[in-house]
Design a protein around this ligand. Sequence first.
Ligand SMILES: Cc1cc2nc3c(=O)[nH]c(=O)nc-3n(C[C@H](O)[C@H](O)[C@H](O)COP(=O)(O)OP(=O)(O)OC[C@H]3O[C@@H](n4cnc5c(N)ncnc54)[C@H](O)[C@@H]3O)c2cc1C
Ligand code: SF4
Length: 283
Amino acid sequence: MELLRPSSADEAAAALGNGSRALAGGTELVPLLRDGLAHAETLVHIAGVVPRGVDANRIGAGTTLAELEVDVQIPQALREACTQAASPQLRSMGTIGGNLLQATRCWYWRLGFECWLHGGERCFAKDGAHREHAIFGNDHCASAHPSDPGAALVALNATLRTTKRQFPVAELYRLPTAENRNVTTLAPDELILELDVPSPEASTYLKAMDRRKWAFPIVGVAVARFAAGTRIALAGVAPIPWTLESAAALDDATPLPGTAYKVEIARALVRRALGELGDPATR
Ligand SMILES: Cc1cc2nc3c(=O)[nH]c(=O)nc-3n(C[C@H](O)[C@H](O)[C@H](O)COP(=O)(O)OP(=O)(O)OC[C@H]3O[C@@H](n4cnc5c(N)ncnc54)[C@H](O)[C@@H]3O)c2cc1C
Ligand code: SF4
């Protein structure tokens, strides 16, 4: 395997695709390569060419979660989502760009089962063990998106700038279909460069997990209040970060037998998060 060290983001993007993959902190990609779940002839090392750091509302995609969790310029929901993600060691290596693009933690997928998301015929989780799986968007694949910051950024209505375009973070994601089983809209030769994060009046991120630290979200709830209204997004409940139009939309959940408990957890966390933000409906 070859390691490229490009001297600019354009040079890095030009080297991507056709068997090459971008390498940022490597906390996700290296294990996937080791386990044969990702393949690359060339790794394009993007640290140094993708922006890093925070400047008012702009966040470089190469900024680590550890840097974000302590930066007072960052809205509270995103800081809290970063603080509660992974472990201190992982947060000091893992970048926000890589975090948004992490693959599912579904154990069938991670163990290399030829399941629907891997191009096979069936979702093994639906008939098998699935207590950590989805309650929304689970027609074909019942995986649960693991990114805490992803939900926070969707609630905050953040936008992404890539080497090709600018668009809302919510549009980075798509539910997989029979024709296209990708869960992101990023092209193989497209690099995330920067995020633009609006400043809300108030925001928060609450997370239910199996341990008090270093665990993926069972349910993560991000709420951000703007003058135009309050936005809610969830982690750990669908194959992609999930926008919830209102607390009542939890009635539309389609849980599996083993994930029904997540709906009640989500209800409690949404109520608590809205209450923290002073939502009149929760008083
Ligand atoms: C044990 C463990 C526990 C974890 N727990 C949590 C958790 O609780 N919550 C949570 O949210 N996350 C969790 N994570 C995920 C962790 O935060 C991510 O692994 C990390 O943020 C990925 O960043 P990275 O820079 O290491 O990405 P890399 O591993 O370098 O890359 C990941 C993917 O993103 C692509 N990529 C990276 N940067 C860019 C870019 N700028 N443009 C285009 N493509 C890019 C790579 O090609 C690759 O496909 C956990 C990870 C581990 C291993
Ligand atoms: S939930 Fe998705 S990733 Fe997991 S077994 Fe089903 S199809 Fe595969």
